[in-house]
Design a protein. Structure first.
Length: 694
């Protein structure tokens, strides 16, 4: 029987050796093909500005070899002051570039950019102004001086929507730093939320922020693009560069501290480590990697952005976005890799045949293994299980008796706590547990643990350097050599708790912004309101959120809108439009608790990441504006009536004067004729007198 077992093992070994040889042969062929493209292709990436965390993903892709794996050697080119860096892509100075929503302007200028990936889901541009200035809201910017960057279309759209024309502000040249705002030479400054606020905070300069997002203007931020000519000429290069870049961004956001040190040591010391950390935190908020896939682009949102550009008359009305996106080309450029498919299928078929043979041999071996002694099998299984758990576990593992004496630890435990295995074996678990004295009869607790049941504890423990870590411990009683012992699996949750605390603080921050906004903020889910802030209650004069939650928009509206349309049907149309475009803004009439009409400017934002029919709604009360408009219209109407009456009176007077004038002319004609006849008679009389003299 032993000979038969050895023979089966030899046969199996030969088959496995044959499989190994085949795989080596296949690998050599693949390496030979790869060798043909081993020469790296040089490409240039034009950055929007100087080296900083804004471009972290591209540094990571270079440092981690992602571009090299794709057969690409990438050179990063800093932007120069005064130039439009994106245009270098079309002038042969770079193959790829970083831009923002202003790629639409490039298309309007007869360039043909193709958006490969939208990295920043929101624009970083904001307006900053000193807390000491007489500016309390965006409307106070009228008549003020503003340092404004070129192509700051989202800022211009924000001003335009709030009724602030370019003629009403004094636009100053932007110095690309915060000095103008600090020295008071301007009243407000367009800035990046990821950069200038750190500088102002570091010198104790108090400021306020005006964000286009708060006014419903939501442009994309940084994006990766190339020319239409390049993607048509070499789609494989474009796809390879895009894939490596997205990998780089994913790595950079997951390893921020590493990339911060890389930028500072290798690329630029223009920003301090602390400045780069601030920039990294703010950048992550704009990219939203935990909400949407890095690089995601929404065409509906692009159409909304283009509509804003048309409204500002920055592009032509008939401009469209056809051909501006990566997917417009790449689906046509990816041939089916039949060669790779055939090689893979052949390999799978061969592996299947070999596995079938191995399975047959294993069935025979299974019968022989069953005759081994039961005790030996059980011992081996327990030993292997114990070794596997101890050696391969990512968590720290302790084995201790019911008195707390440590029997064994794994390598993770020694790394986490700083003690050697020999030091641990002379210790009790009570020595590393900070909260041990707070527990009652811990020995009895261990004794009463039920077999195969897991107890979980969260506690604080002290490591060798005297620092304290927070851990989660899973305790399970097991039996080794007829002796009950405790298997403790320990996971360090210190960082997790810190993250949870930051998340709670961040959530509270945005909750405060939501609750304390002067505008009405509501959440609309599946056609009904599920939440609102205090400003909503104040505007509608309701006492409790229960008066609003659970109601549809038309239930808080009159039956008909001023246009004469049904509130219910018109509300459904607006919701559908917001869902299609991602954002929709319109005017609406709601009714308050007294059934009085109130006019609102409504911004409806679709939130597909939260729910398929979830919307964030902002109402701005424009009732007073509407009333003022109505009063003005009534005044104009009354004025027109007065003018009409005065005109009629003047026409009547004119007719009367005309009639009198005609009569005067008749009298004048009579008077003139009589005078003429008297003169004629006088002449004849004089003529007769002269005749009588003679």
């Amino acid at each position: 029987m032993k000979d038969r077992l050895q023979e089966s093992i030899i046969v199996t070994s030969r088959l496995l050796l044959s499989l190994f040889a085949f795989l080596v042969f296949l690998n050599l062929n693949l390496e030979a093909e790869a060798q043909q493209s081993a020469n790296l292709k040089d490409v240039r990436l034009q950055l929007k500005w100087k080296h900083q965390f804004q471009f972290a993903g591209y540094y990571a892709a270079i440092e981690k070899g992602y571009y090299t794996e794709e057969g690409i050697n990438t050179q990063l080119i800093e932007a120069k002051p005064g130039e439009v860096p994106g245009l270098n892509v079309f002038e042969g100075k770079a193959e790829f570039g970083i831009a923002a929503s202003d790629v639409i302007l490039m298309r309007n200028s007869n360039y043909k950019p193709v958006v490969l990936a939208t990295i920043f889901q929101h624009s970083a541009q904001v307006l900053l102004y000193s807390t000491k200035s007489p500016i309390y809201n965006i409307h106070n910017l009228a008549g003020k001086s503003i340092g404004l960057e070129s192509h700051a279309a989202d800022i211009l759209a924000y001003l335009h929507d709030e009724g602030i024309t370019l003629d009403s502000i004094d636009i100053k040249h932007h110095s690309f730093n915060a000095n103008q705002l600090i020295n008071g030479s301007i009243d407000a400054l367009s800035a990046y939320i990821t950069d200038e606020p750190f500088i102002l905070d570091s010198i104790g300069f108090d400021y306020h922020i005006l964000s286009p997002l708060s006014g419903g203007i939501d442009f994309y931020g940084d994006l990766l693009f190339c020319s239409e000519e390049l993607i048509k000429k070499d789609p494989k290069l474009v796809t390879s560069f895009l894939n490596a870049s997205l990998r780089g961004w994913k790595y950079a956001l997951n390893n921020q501290e590493e990339i911060i040190n890389l930028i500072y040591s290798k690329y630029s010391k223009r920003h301090s480590i602390e400045h780069l950390r601030f920039e990294a935190d703010e950048t992550a908020k704009l990219i939203l990697p935990n909400v949407v896939e890095i690089g995601y682009t929404n065409r509906g949102r692009w159409n909304t952005i283009a509509k804003t550009y048309r409204k500002l008359q920055l592009i032509k009305q008939d401009d469209n976005l056809e051909g501006m996106f990566y997917n417009d080309y790449i689906d046509k450029s990816n041939p089916i890799p039949w060669k790779t498919i055939l090689i893979s299928l052949s390999g799978i078929l061969l592996i299947g045949i070999i596995l079938a043979v191995i399975y047959y041999i294993l069935l025979k071996l299974k019968y022989q293994i069953k005759i081994r002694k039961h005790a030996e099998t059980k011992l081996i299984q327990n030993e292997e299980k114990y070794k596997s758990v101890m050696i391969n576990a990512a968590d720290a593992i302790f084995l201790h008796d019911l008195k707390g004496n440590i029997i064994d630890v794994n390598n993770t435990a020694t790394s986490l706590y700083g003690y050697t295995k020999q030091e641990f074996l002379r210790m009790k678990v009570q020595q590393i547990d900070v909260d041990f004295d707070e527990r009652v009869e811990i020995g009895k607790f261990w004794e009463n643990l039920e077999k195969d049941k897991v107890a979980t504890l969260v506690t604080n423990q002290i490591i060798k350097d005297k620092s304290v870590i927070q851990v989660e411990i899973r305790l399970t009683p097991i039996v080794i050599d007829n002796r009950k012992v405790i298997l403790a699996i320990v996971r360090d949750i210190t960082e997790k708790k810190v993250i949870e605390t930051k998340l709670r603080q961040s959530e509270q921050k945005y909750r405060n912004l939501y609750e304390k906004s002067s505008d009405a903020n509501l959440i609309l889910e599946n056609g009904v309101f599920t939440d609102c802030n205090e400003a909503t209650l104040k505007m509608l004069q309701f006492v409790s959120k229960k008066d609003i939650i659970g109601k549809t928009p038309n239930e808080l509206s009159p039956d008909l809108q001023p246009s004469g349309e049904s509130s219910e049907s018109l509300a459904n149309e607006n919701i559908t439009k917001a869902k299609e475009l991602g954002y929709h803004r319109f005017q609406w009439v709601h009714t308050n608790s007294k059934n009085e009409w109130m006019f609102f400017d409504v911004a409806l934002t679709y939130l597909p990441s939260i729910g398929s029919d979830t919307f964030y709604t902002v109402w701005r009360d424009i009732t007073e504006i509407k009333q003022a408009q109505a009063e003005l219209n009534e005044y104009h109407k009354n004025l027109e009536g007065i003018v009409e009456r005065r005109t009629n009176e003047l026409q009547a007077k004119n007719t009367e004067l005309k009639s009198k004038n005609e009569k005067l002319e008749q009298y004048n004609e009579l008077f003139v004729g009589r005078e003429f006849r008297i003169k004629e008679l006088k002449e004849k009389l004089k003529e007769l007198e002269n005749k009588l003299k003679f």
